[in-house]
Ligand binder design. Structure first.
Ligand SMILES: *Cc1c(COP(=O)(O)O)cnc(C)c1O
Length: 432
């Protein structure tokens, strides 16, 4: 496809976009009477217009039914989580019984490690990416210590080659091969939050299994963003948050995937609670945990219905749009952003995109290094109604000056080509 750097062209792309009406289903923060240029769906997705309606409905059930709402009404609360399975399964490529929405991401990561990080003297290592999201680093370190191992020995981090920002798949696979005999868990992000790189999940899964390790993914930035086929890839477990690309609200409950090969075995070790217990017998309050088959058997507590409710509004839109169409638009939208940023680099290199150039290795996010005036640029963008993300970053050779990375996530669900054009237009006019 040949892109053009004009507003007319961007509007033409929008006119041809079969998903363009989904934008009208979301509420945008405003700037000077118009919609902000919102590119932070990788941090907190926008509010679906119907989110409030779904919450109100449950408040009303609570008002009308009190405790009986657990068993009565249109969607009894004890069954509510099941209504979240079809879209969750669609988004991550799973069977409905392999997914559960519960807790929050870091909590679920710990729960999954309880099941899938069970070190012993021979096998105690975890292989992960260097520079993983901090919460994941803390979770892994604390698990390792809690089991009595030394993080310096037990955690193997695969880092980019010197002077590079991205990981080579062959380096990941080589690390798995090298440490295989001592490795019990391979744990990667699906998509690195900082660089926007998508890892080769099927290759990593196959390599981990070849050495006899479990393989899990943190899909915080991948779920609702890039194609996922967790069941077919044979991934052992995964976790993700639903407040980023899945637009379910601040601190919304997290998703967890447990492959049927483990989920359907009651003897798979786990931490248990009454909400994971045999539904028919839960309220008999008897001894002896009998897990619900599937990922639902990892639930601990009575579910947060009011926090679930906005997710239903979001899920309806995901099911209506469908991941394949969203991905097709996303590839074009991100490529258009890339094209426009590249055209600003023609005279002098100003914005160094560190996200992979290959569309298959990225999602709806481009991260670019801005040079030493980056923070001023970011402030200028903010003043002009752009909501995006800034991270400090010390570039080698910048004499200690703080430079930074701007992350822009044009999400196919509610961003337009015109949004992307307007953003690039602001970059063009930046006097820095
Ligand atoms: C956003 C994100 C988190 C956040 O974890 P919470 O428990 O939801 O606060 C964790 N890990 C990764 C990789 C993330 O991108």
């Amino acid at each position: 496809m040949t892109f053009q750097p004009t507003l007319d062209f961007a509007r033409q792309m929008d006119a041809q976009d079969s998903l363009r009406s989904f934008r009208d289903q979301y509420l945008f923060p405003q700037h000077q009477g118009r919609k902000c240029l919102y590119f932070c769906g990788n941090s907190l997705g926008l509010q679906p217009k119907k989110a409030g309606e779904f919450i109100k409905k449950e408040l009303q059930h609570w008002q009308e039914l009190g405790v009986e709402g657990h068993f009565e009404g249109e969607l009894p609360w004890t069954q509510y989580h099941k209504s979240l399975a079809p879209a969750s399964a669609h988004i991550v490529g799973a069977q409905a019984d392999e997914v559960i929405i519960m807790n929050t991401l870091t909590v679920n990561l710990h729960l999954m490690m309880v099941s899938f990080y069970r070190p012993n003297a021979e096998r105690f290592k975890i292989i992960m990416e260097a520079g993983a999201f901090p919460s994941d680093q803390y979770a892994v370190e604390s698990q390792v210590r809690w089991h009595g191992y030394d993080p310096a020995e037990a955690i193997v981090e695969v880092a980019p080659r010197p002077g590079e920002a991205l990981l080579h798949t062959e380096d990941i696979l080589a690390a798995i091969e090298q440490h295989g005999a001592q490795t019990t868990l391979v744990l990667f992000a699906g998509l690195n939050y900082y660089t926007g790189q998508v890892y080769d999940m099927p290759a990593i899964t196959a390599a981990g299994h070849r050495v006899g390790a479990y393989v899990g993914f943190d899909l915080a930035h991948a779920a609702g963003n890039v194609p996922l086929h967790l069941h077919d890839w044979g991934v052992d477990f995964a976790v993700w948050c639903t407040y980023k690309y899945i637009n379910s609200g601040p601190g919304a409950p997290s998703g967890a995937f447990v492959h049927a090969k483990h989920g359907n075995k009651p003897q798979t070790p786990r931490f248990a609670g009454w909400w994971g217990h045999n539904e028919e017998r839960r309220f008999l309050m008897e001894k002896g945990f009998d897990p619900i088959p599937g990922a639902a058997g990892w639930q601990l507590s009575n579910a947060p219905i009011l926090a679930y409710a906005p997710m239903r509004a979001s899920h309806d839109l995901f099911l209506e749009a469908g991941m394949p169409a969203l991905r097709a638009k996303s590839e074009k939208l991100t490529a258009y952003l890339e094209f426009l940023i590249d055209s600003l680099n023609i005279d002098e290199p100003r914005f160094d995109i560190i996200t992979p150039r290959d569309p298959a290795q990225r999602g709806a996010q481009l991260s670019f290094l801005t040079g030493p005036t980056g923070k001023q640029l970011f402030d200028y963008l903010t003043q002009n109604g752009v909501i995006c993300d800034w991270r400090e970053h010390n570039l080698p050779g910048e004499k200690g000056e703080k430079a930074g990375v701007i992350r822009i996530a044009p999400t196919p669900m509610y961003n337009s080509f015109e949004d992307v054009w307007r953003f690039a237009d602001l970059l063009t006019k930046a006097q820095l």
